[in-house]
Design a binder for this molecule. Structure first.
Ligand SMILES: CC(C)(COP(=O)(O)OP(=O)(O)OC[C@H]1O[C@@H](n2cnc3c(N)ncnc32)[C@H](O)[C@@H]1OP(=O)(O)O)[C@@H](O)C(=O)NCCC(=O)NCCS
Length: 164
């Protein structure tokens, strides 16, 4: 059978979340994120959607194919945390995870973040490379919240001081 090559476009959108109540994510988006999470992390416990900002990647037919989250670090004002990101296997190596990181960086900057932190399992080469490509540097956290098998990354946003 002959299949005509179709151009495939992807769109990233931020899920609707109330700025003052991060728990109020749209219920449809929540179920999509939970479904993608199960497919991208089949061995993990379900990840809680609450209290985070979420982004979805959709293909040209609006099928969800990737997701990623971002959360403020309550103990460190101005610092945000990249949580969870996944792209369905058939859609990998097309720059989608990189676009998801950039979307979250842009959002964090727009709300005045001073830094973004995250961690990955030390065996997760793909995820570590993706962060390095986006400008993240290895760092030593004050507290190893990701456990002993995690490596930690940080992206600082330099403050521009104004001359008077
Ligand atoms: C990790 C993951 C999100 C990457 O998604 P992706 O859309 O394929 O990544 P991208 O195409 O945007 O790749 C961006 C960069 O990441 C790195 N990368 C991605 N996949 C890689 C792989 N399999 N091996 C090595 N480096 C890889 C590369 O540096 C790549 O840049 P390049 O294409 O110029 O070489 C995807 O593999 C995934 O969903 N894995 C399962 C879930 C997971 O581990 N999530 C991350 C931890 S929270």
């Amino acid at each position: 059978m002959y299949y005509e090559e179709m151009p495939l476009f992807y769109r990233i959108r931020r899920c609707q979340t109330d700025r003052h109540n991060l728990r109020s994510i749209d219920l449809y988006d929540q179920s999509v994120i939970e479904g993608l999470d199960r497919l991208c992390f089949p061995e993990d416990e379900p990840y809680s959607v609450d209290g985070r900002w979420w982004w979805l990647v959709e293909d040209s037919e609006e099928n969800p194919v990737g997701f990623a989250g971002l959360a403020p670090v309550r103990a460190e004002p101005g610092v945000w945390f990249l949580c969870r990101a996944g792209v369905l296997a058939d859609h990998r190596r097309q720059g989608l995870a990189q676009r998801l990181v950039k979307a979250r960086i842009a959002f964090a900057k727009s709300v005045g973040a001073s830094a973004i932190i995250t961690y990955v399992d030390r065996d997760n080469i793909a995820s570590g490379n993706n962060l390095i490509k986006a400008g993240f540097k290895l760092c030593v956290p004050a507290y190893r919240y990701g456990g002993d098998f995690a490596i930690y990354f940080c992206l600082d946003f330099p403050r521009i001081s104004k001359r008077v």
